[in-house]
Design a protein around this ligand. Structure first.
Ligand SMILES: NC(=O)C1=CN([C@@H]2O[C@H](COP(=O)(O)OP(=O)(O)OC[C@H]3O[C@@H](n4cnc5c(N)ncnc54)[C@H](O)[C@@H]3O)[C@@H](O)[C@H]2O)C=CC1
Ligand SMILES: N=C(N)NCCCC(=O)O
Ligand code: NA
Length: 544
């Protein structure tokens, strides 16, 4: 590990707990404010727990309102000093250079960042490695968009009067507060940091206290690439102590948040007092519908593929994904054979320390999350559902917050397990008979982030679409799904180029793609009167 540290190394091989030996201790970090490391005002720190071993492996600074004050002032200063020439009003191409340099450093440090994130969160190494690739790609992508922004400035607006000319300017919204979760620690931060910096905003990032290590390393990378000091500030700490004062700060112009719906409501309430815009990426209870034309007798490979996507949709990242397809809707004709396969595949998942090769289910992020998931399972049982598979700690793992992949049937729509987000490797299953029943069940939720459909009749769909606005075939019925994302014949693929965001209680304000940049821009109209004639509305006084 490189970069400045706020003191010596606090971790050691012993602290890493069980698993293969690792010789990669990381520096003890301070808060990243004003381009360097700073001890929190009250001098407090929070323990870092490896959830796969339950060992405490280090600590992070615990920021409070005092630190938020300093970080926001730093970001404010970076936004407006020198009339913004160095950052907020610099050409997008200038900012793009830094974003590309950050991407290159992330790529250089991919394996140590992936390891750090695995130790901090319990996510398995193949996942954290893939996430680091996505992080680098996201910085690269928004570097491209920062460059393209220069060409989009001053685009003319055509007006119906010749004596006026109008154009638009896209300007950074100002200082942004970015509050992010633990499920994809550095990636979720990057979905906000990369577009906000590309737009010319300056930022204060507050990652989740449950997994902040890689976000602090982003601070070290900013030092290495010479990012102008104060443009990005990173403060770790508790939601109530560091997140809340950031979201209510009068000098923060916008808050972008990913996390629980409950916290999203709090952030929106705090921001409302100042009419501060927010974007919220909240929870979900997304459905995956499998139709009966995915039939084992018709095609084994299609059937296997459907089973595998259903697994990936809920067991990837141990189900700690806002878009996890946690409600499985099976056509009654294929339900039994599908569930038999699903159980067989679930049994085959390697559950282990996330550092082990071939691991496909790591631990969940924390003891709190572990207890919460177990409670969901026991409530489902007591409400009359059947735990078809899983539901407990894997017997071979004595330590760590591991939960078996869990499949729950005999579910009714009034049960908690059907209605509430678990954020764990737990899927609940219902059968349907008709397409309209499937769509109705899919939409039977307050959330609206994603939905997935596995069916075979896409060719028919394409044919219909060319002819008319068909509303009869299965894929066209996707229009009836009330979600911001629809996946066809898959679940969870995520591309930086495509918009990401939900409706209903899953929040609002799109991330990723060009929409993600728009989240951090304001559009200003500039309109000029360009006639030599006076306007002529008032009568000129006769004396003149
Ligand atoms: N949509 C998503 O991606 C996520 C959803 N969740 C859901 O939330 C549940 C609880 O997880 P938590 O870690 O407690 O999520 P959370 O929503 O409380 O935490 C997300 C972020 O918000 C911050 N925060 C907490 N309270 C705050 C406040 N009053 N003001 C400002 N910031 C605040 C946290 O420190 C963290 O950085 C999970 O079980 C899951 O259901 C959690 C993480 C991500
Ligand atoms: N990178 C992938 N595959 N998914 C991102 C999920 C984002 C979320 O849980 O908010
Ligand atoms: Na942790």
């Amino acid at each position: 590990m490189q970069g400045g540290g706020g003191g010596g190394s606090s971790s050691s091989r012993a602290l890493l707990g069980s698993g293969p030996s690792i010789a990669s201790p990381w520096p003890r970090r301070g808060l990243f404010i004003g381009g360097g490391w700073r001890e929190p005002a009250l001098g407090r720190r929070l323990p870092v727990v490896n959830p796969a071993t339950e060992a405490t492996i280090g600590d992070i600074p615990a920021a409070t309102a005092e630190d938020v004050e300093i970080a926001v002032a730093a970001a404010r200063d970076a936004f407006s000093s020198d009339g913004g020439r160095h950052w907020s009003r610099a050409p997008g191409a200038v900012r793009a250079k830094f974003l590309r340099a950050i991407a290159a450093k992330i790529n250089d440090r991919k394996s140590d960042l992936a390891l750090l994130e695995t130790l901090d969160s319990g996510k398995l190494l193949d996942e954290t490695n893939a996430d680091m690739e996505d992080v680098a790609a996201c910085f690269e992508y928004y570097a491209d968009l920062a460059e393209a922004l220069d060409e989009k400035q001053r685009s003319p607006i055509s007006l119906p009067m010749e004596n006026f000319k109008s154009h638009i300017l896209k300007e950074p919204i100002g200082v942004v507060g970015l509050i992010t979760p633990w499920n994809y620690p550095l990636l979720m931060a990057t979905w906000k940091v990369a577009p906000s910096l590309a737009a010319g905003c300056t930022a204060v990032l507050k990652p989740s206290e449950l997994a902040s290590l890689t976000c602090l390393e982003l601070g070290a990378i900013c030092i290495e690439v010479g990012l102008p000091p104060r443009v990005l500030n990173i403060i770790t700490g508790l939601g109530t102590e560091a997140g809340a004062p950031l979201s209510s700060h009068p000098h923060v112009d916008k808050v972008a948040f990913t996390g629980s719906t409950e916290t999203g409501k709090r952030i929106m309430t705090a921001a409302a007092q100042m009419v501060k815009p927010v974007s919220l990426e909240l929870g979900g209870k997304s459905p995956l519908i499998v139709f009966d034309d995915v039939d084992i007798d018709k095609g084994l490979s299609e059937f296997k593929s459907a089973v595998e996507w259903a697994m990936f949709g809920i067991f990837a990242n141990a189900g700690q994904v806002c878009s996890a397809t946690s409600r499985l809707l099976l056509h009654e004709k294929i339900a039994k054979q599908f569930l038999d396969r699903l159980v067989a595949w679930a049994k085959n998942i390697k559950i282990s320390d996330p550092l082990e090769e071939g691991c496909r289910l790591g631990s969940v992020v924390s003891e709190g999350q572990y207890e919460k998931i177990k409670k969901f399972i026991s409530t489902a049982r007591s409400e009359g559902a059947t735990i078809l598979y899983g539901g407990a700690r894997p017997q071979h793992l004595r330590r760590g917050f591991f939960i078996e992949p869990t499949i729950i049937t005999d579910v009714s729509t009034s049960m908690q397990i059907w209605r509430e987000e678990v954020f764990g490797p737990v899927i609940c299953v219902k059968e349907f008979r008709t397409e309209s029943e499937a769509v109705e069940l899919a939409n039977d939720t307050h959330y609206g982030l994603a939905g997935a459909v596995i069916a075979n009749d896409q060719e028919r769909c394409e044919r219909c679409r060319r002819i008319s606005s068909c509303n009869t075939c299965k894929i066209c019925r996707l229009q009836a799904l009330h979600s911001g994302i629809v996946w066809i014949n898959c679940s969870q693929p995520t591309f930086v180029q495509a918009p990401w965001g939900g409706n209903k209680r899953s929040g609002f304000g799109l991330e990723l793609g060009e929409w993600g940049l728009g989240n951090y821009l304001t559009v200003k109209q500039v309109t000029k009167y360009c006639s030599d004639e006076p306007w002529g509305w008032y009568q000129s006084p006769s004396k003149l």
